[in-house]
Design a protein around this ligand. Structure first.
Ligand code: NAP
Length: 284
């Protein structure tokens, strides 16, 4: 079974565009997403322009704040506070990585948790630990959506995640715990990676190490989700899983591209719509 993220994202888009249209009728404007793009990181420029285009496709207003590489900490915090206080702004996202003189944790924690569509503020990460409703990081949400397409009930299964980042691995481990799976999180210091991955009914590779996961890492019948996206020297895009080998062993697998990537974008739009609903629930 090829888990077709592009198709699932298109299904989600149908639902979300209707919600956007309904919000526009009810409140006189579409949900709005504001992205801070600081500096000229080539990867960030591509990601931000793609998010802006996709937002338009969903019926979401998006604004990109292009800020100079040398912008001061105070100027960034002032802009975020301005956006926090604006009733015209629903979602705020700071594109990472940031220039070295800026502290990413401080800047992200300045975003109002109700507008934190990347789910990266301390408040939203804390709520995720507790399992109380909040805005959750988009890629983990996309992975959970894909897993539900594989099996409606994953309770009791062994889930192994390779990667422990705050953006992907850690929040995903919490969502999987809340879904009653038994979770192992591996990282670059893990000894005998294969011993862990071979126990996985659900194996999620989110390490940014192209084709690290080979057929000998995968238990027959496992569901394999490949979050990785690395640009190789020949310009091609690679996941963290050797797809051509693993596809013959896994019960289900996501491709790269068109697996997790489209779901991440769809959940960014979903979170922006949720943020607008949250704001209006407070006002109404
Ligand atoms: P990150 O912050 O660099 O974290 C990578 C994690 O993987 C770290 O925990 C690291 O361990 C671990 N790791 C690296 N090499 C490893 C190895 N050989 N064996 C075991 N663990 C290893 O990266 P990220 O932001 O989580 O992103 C991971 C990948 O997903 C990247 O390719 C990124 O481009 C991709 N991504 C894709 C999407 C999407 O929508 N498809 C979204 C976000 C990210 P340590 O903690 O010990 O360093």
């Amino acid at each position: 079974m090829i888990l077709d993220g592009k198709h699932y994202a298109a299904e989600l888009k149908d639902v979300l565009t209707k919600q956007c249209a309904a919000l526009k009728v009810a409140h006189g404007r579409a949900p709005s997403l504001h992205v801070l793009l600081i500096g000229n990181n080539p990867g960030s420029l591509v990601y931000v322009s793609m998010k802006q285009k996709r937002a338009f496709d969903f019926g979401i207003q998006s604004t990109v704040h292009r800020l100079d590489e040398t912008i001061s900490r105070e100027a960034v915090l002032n802009l975020i506070n301005e956006l926090n206080n604006s009733t015209e702004v629903d979602g705020i996202l700071v594109q990472l990585p940031l220039p070295a003189h800026l502290n990413a944790n401080e800047i992200i924690d300045t975003i109002s948790p109700e507008k934190d569509v990347d789910g990266l503020t301390s408040i939203n990460l804390g709520k995720l630990i507790r399992g109380t409703p909040s805005l959750v990081s988009c890629t983990p949400l996309g992975c959970m959506h894909i897993l539900k397409k594989w099996k409606a009930d994953i309770s009791g299964l062994n889930a192994v995640i390779v990667g422990r980042s705050t953006l992907v691995g850690k929040p995903l481990s919490l969502l999987l715990i809340h879904a009653d799976t038994t979770v192992t999180v591996c990282h670059s210091k893990t000894h005998n990676l294969k011993e862990h991955t071979m126990q996985a009914d659900i194996l999620i590779a989110a390490c940014g190490d192209p084709k690290l996961i080979r057929k000998e890492h995968v238990k027959p019948g496992a569901c394999v989700i490949d979050v990785g996206m690395s640009r190789l020297s020949d310009g091609s895009l690679s996941g963290d899983v050797a797809f051509d080998e693993v596809v013959h062993i896994a019960d289900a697998i996501t491709p790269v591209p068109f697996g997790v990537g489209p779901m991440t974008v769809a959940y960014l739009m979903s979170n922006t719509i949720q943020a607008m609903k949250n704001t209006h629930a407070q006002i109404d």
